[in-house]
Write a protein that binds this ligand. Structure first.
Ligand code: NAP
Length: 479
């Protein structure tokens, strides 16, 4: 059933400047209601291959377009994204379930990468190197890598696209994007706006489809693709990296996290609670930088647990389109089952349930706080991806840091302390690509986003974001 209000949702993929419906379709479901909201083209391997060919044909023309012109088109795309903010946000809430306020914020956030890279492309500087032989001049220039394949997840249906596609296009690459099959509609809308912005045919292509494995394999093994940029789980990232090794592609991976959040005895507890709510409940805990493990020092454990529980009890759960809703549904049944399993496992291991702990109707789960969770619990080792706060106790700073680092992941970490020396020392010792110090929110377009260990390779955003889509060429001039 497609409801009347959703008639304006886009339903066509975008290849070589043309909108294509495809022979087959797949349904897109609203996780808050279970309703089918639209259908998207169910394209496959052959369509991916064609899109790659088209992107390859379009590449020389786009590469040789001067940077001012490229930048203007990217900037125009930014303006169109912002002009369609409400429509994009509503689409995102419908297909991902996130509260509308978060979707609106995601349009601002996602579009900010487009604006940033429209400007940053003009500063893709090379360098001049002092020569070691008389009569020689040594310089470097930066050149676009070529055709980029981008694969994105459902949890940020817009921003995970723009963080890759904006720097790729701005630097003169062409792109074939495959968005997650759970949230293809935002991607199709983004493509429509890119078309209006004036990218030449073949420069940006969006292929939707259910065959993630087959399409992913084509995108990561096709010889014409020179770069693969993936955001998603570590497990899938590992497979794609192995595929890409066959043709030695440049690879960027933004993978899973298991973020620790430390609260030291000297922390401002109210600020820590506010930071915890932001860092944990955005998108119902389904973000790669979501706090997964709260490590709280003995002296403030009870005070933090009590205040956090009070704040969590006040969170409003519901359909993201309803006013004031702060926590939406889990994305699908598997997501819900994982959250249930993690909570049951923690309680079986001796954790105390302070609030929540039960599945609600449909795909909703009660915002939950668990105290004194065992370090061996699943919650400590796997990304839970749900609205659950797991509180672990620690005694010394050294012990807290060791517990925080006891994971194969290393994306984001957070801690609260008012001791300036401790702030520097802990920040330096945490094994993660990003550290929030007295804050639960770190990401923006001007700063480098990315992980260490099994959380990924490469950075998105900032001046470094452009490096992922360019190669350094060294020129040696001799007299
Ligand atoms: P996922 O299962 O890895 O899926 C991500 C994307 O890969 C989707 O487009 C998916 O398509 C596709 N895919 C799945 N299996 C594939 C395969 N065998 N070959 C090629 N492509 C394949 O991850 P998810 O559950 O959607 O997203 C959540 C994960 O993403 C979490 O681990 C989260 O931490 C991570 N994430 C990381 C960042 C970051 O910046 N580090 C940001 C956001 C999310 P289908 O959905 O159509 O199957």
């Amino acid at each position: 059933m497609t409801t009347k209000t959703e008639n304006r949702l886009p339903t066509a993929a975008y290849v070589n400047g043309k909108f294509i419906s495809g022979h087959k379709k797949f349904n897109v479901i609203n996780p808050a209601t279970g309703e089918v909201i639209a259908s998207a083209p169910d394209l496959g391997v052959a369509d991916c291959k064609k899109a790659i060919d088209d992107a390859h044909t379009a590449w020389p023309g786009w590469r040789d377009t001067d940077v001012t012109q490229r930048s203007r088109i990217v900037q125009k795309w930014y303006e169109l994204l912002m002009a369609h903010k409400d429509e994009l946000a509503r689409t995102m809430t419908l297909e991902s379930g996130k509260p509308l306020s978060e979707s609106l914020a995601e349009v601002d956030y996602g579009a900010s990468f487009v604006e940033w890279f429209a400007e940053e492309a003009k500063r893709a500087y090379g360098e001049s190197i002092p020569a070691t032989k008389t009569g020689q001049r040594l310089i470097t220039i930066r050149q676009p890598v070529g055709v980029v394949a981008a694969i994105t997840p459902w949890n940020f249906p817009l921003a995970m696209i723009t963080r890759k596609v904006a720097p790729a296009l701005a630097s003169g690459c062409t792109v074939v994007l495959r968005p997650a099959s759970q949230t293809p509609l935002t991607a199709l809308m983004v493509a429509k706006l890119a078309h209006q912005a004036g990218f030449p045919p073949g420069v940006f292509n969006v292929v939707t489809g259910k065959d993630s494995k087959g399409m992913g394999e084509e995108l990561t093994t096709n010889e014409l693709v020179r770069k693969i940029s993936f955001t998603g789980s570590t497990e899938v990232g590992r497979t794609l990296m192995a595929n890409a090794a066959r043709t030695i592609k440049k690879v960027s991976l933004e993978l899973g996290g298991n973020a620790p959040f430390l609260v030291f005895d000297d922390a401002d507890i109210d600020a820590a609670v506010a930071g915890a709510i932001t860092g944990k409940f955005r998108n119902s805990g389904q973000t790669c930088v979501s706090v997964n493990r709260f490590y709280v020092q003995d002296g403030v454990f009870d005070a933090f647990a009590e205040k956090l529980t009070t704040a969590v009890k006040e969170l409003k759960v519901g359909n993201g389109l309803d006013n004031g809703v702060q926590v939406g549904p889990l994305i699908n049944r598997d997501g819900l089952e994982k959250v249930k399993a993690h909570v049951e496992d923690a309680i079986d291991g001796g954790a105390r349930l302070l609030t929540g702990g039960k599945a609600m109707e449909g795909l909703f789960y009660e915002p939950t706080v668990l105290a004194d969770v065992s370090p061996s619990a699943l919650l400590a080792h796997e990304e839970t991806f749900g609205p659950v706060c797991a509180l672990f106790r620690f005694k010394t700073e050294k012990e807290g840091i060791a517990m925080a680092n006891d994971t194969e992941f290393g994306l984001a970490a957070y801690f609260y302390s008012r001791d300036v020396n401790r702030c520097w020392q802990v920040a330096e010792q945490l094994e993660s690509g990003m550290v929030g110090i007295n804050t639960g929110l770190v990401s923006n377009a001007v700063a480098p986003f990315g992980g260490v260990k099994q959380s990924g390779i490469g950075r998105e955003g900032s001046k470094h974001g452009l490096d992922e889509y360019t190669e350094i060429k060294y020129l040696c001039f001799s007299e």
